[in-house]
Design a binder for this molecule. Structure first.
Ligand code: ADP
Ligand code: MG
Length: 389
């Protein structure tokens, strides 16, 4: 496909950040997910929350039909004409082009020329969903700048559609939902089948969430993500031959799923049983949290990781090492990989009094084993995407 965007190596003149007088400024948070991994696209329950690590997007109109976007993190900008919006060869541009395309599809001729500066404090490719933050931040900014009548639900789904069709990752709905619907000090128990949700207070006292970035970049994530999605669809198709009533894989009761062990290829069965079990774990975990049963909650995190590594096969040596290390210490109640997998972060529930000791110990062990630094990331649970100016 011919690339119709124009890249500029450096920030171009009018985006000299000093003079840039923005009309709209948006902050779009990343997200964590306590439990319920890889099940949003299987109709499952998930337990995410927005965090205080964010992408800031500053917008202004330019009274033309050309849009120019500058990413401070990449120190690169690109321009595109609104009558020639199509996928680009540069991946990061596609998050933006996709959002513009799907807003225009819903509300024709609503987007006019604009300029935008993106500045991010959110690590990319670490499982904190900088991708959804970028999409939803872009969509919210355009909505505000041109006063377009878009609901939160529309922003969530059009951002997801941008990622599917322009970037090519067949993600579920969780990331965009959490980025838009996040609420300070609350987790979101979300039913991904119908987008019904419930806020659960995120009070872990006397424990604390600790995120550790393995600093392994998840290159495989997008292609493997799509493969897992296909494997789940394959499993459901076979189940549906006997039981047509189940619309989603998570709806299949565990004992019925177990009955397909011989019938399905081993890998396909493993993916399916993981999905069914993970959905049950998520519901148990939300209840455990409400009842302040932190030990139970932590053990569910460990079980989730075990499923992700042995059955769903989306972990990697570095993440497994971090989770195994954590099991040696009673002050760590639970630990698991978080996000798409093949790198990124672990999420850990740790006794407040031992957080420093834990981080020091695991960082040293990790460095010795992999000759790579671990990065602890401090997060607080915060509100969803918002206009700050
Ligand atoms: P995650 O969502 O876990 O951070 P993804 O691989 O899904 O990982 O998304 C990361 C991609 O999002 C980056 O490779 C880049 O294309 C895009 N992206 C995120 N933040 C920015 C930014 N500040 N500037 C430009 N592109 C960004
Ligand atoms: Mg992502």
């Amino acid at each position: 496909m011919k690339n119709t965007t124009q890249s500029h190596n450096r920030q171009i003149n009018f985006l000299g950040t000093e003079e840039f007088k923005s009309e709209v400024v948006i902050e779009a948070p990343g997200r964590i997910n306590l439990i319920g991994e890889h099940i949003d696209y299987n109709g499952g329950h998930v337990l995410p929350a927005a965090i205080d690590k964010k992408i800031k997007l500053s917008f202004r109109k330019n009274n033309s039909s050309i849009c120019t976007i500058y990413s401070k993190n990449y120190d690169t900008s690109f321009s595109f004409r609104l009558d020639e919006v199509k996928p680009s060869d540069e991946e990061w541009q596609n998050y933006i082009l996709g959002v513009v395309h799907f807003i225009e599809e819903l509300k024709p001729n609503s987007v006019k020329g604009f300029e935008c500066i993106i500045e991010s404090m959110l690590p990319m490719g670490s499982g904190l969903s900088s991708s959804a933050a970028l999409e939803c931040g872009m969509a919210t900014g355009i909505k505000e700048l041109f006063d377009i009548n878009l609901s939160k639900e529309q922003i969530i789904t059009l951002s997801r559609d941008a990622e599917h069709n322009y970037v090519g990752t067949k993600c579920g709905i969780m990331d965009q939902f959490a980025v838009v619907r996040g609420a300070k000090n609350h987790l979101i128990l979300l039913n991904c089948q119908n987008l019904n949700y419930e806020l659960v207070k995120s009070d872990f006292d006397p424990y604390q969430l600790v995120l550790l970035n393995s600093n392994v970049s998840h290159n495989l994530a997008s292609s493997e993500y799509n493969t897992r999605r296909q494997e789940c669809e394959d499993a459901l198709k076979v189940v549906n031959q006997k039981y047509p009533q189940y619309e989603y894989l998570v709806d299949v009761p565990e004992d019925i799923m177990v009955g397909f062990k011989e019938e399905l290829p081993e890998k396909t069965y493993n993916r399916a049983i993981y999905v069914v079990q993970e959905n049950k774990r998520t519901l148990m975990a939300a209840n455990a949290l409400e009842d302040e049963l932190f030990d139970l909650f932590g053990s569910l995190l460990y079980k989730s990781h075990e499923g992700l590594t042995t059955l769903y096969e989306v972990s990697c040596n570095e993440l497994d090492f971090m989770v195994d290390y954590s099991k040696n210490y009673d002050y760590v109640l639970g630990s698991r990989m978080m996000g798409g997998g093949f790198g990124g972060c672990t999420i850990n529930l740790v006794d407040q009094d031992h957080v420093a000791e834990y981080i020091a110990g695991i960082s040293k062990a990790y460095k010795e084993k992999f000759n790579t630094e671990l990065t602890p990331i401090e997060v607080n649970i915060s509100n969803g995407v918002s206009k700050i100016n």
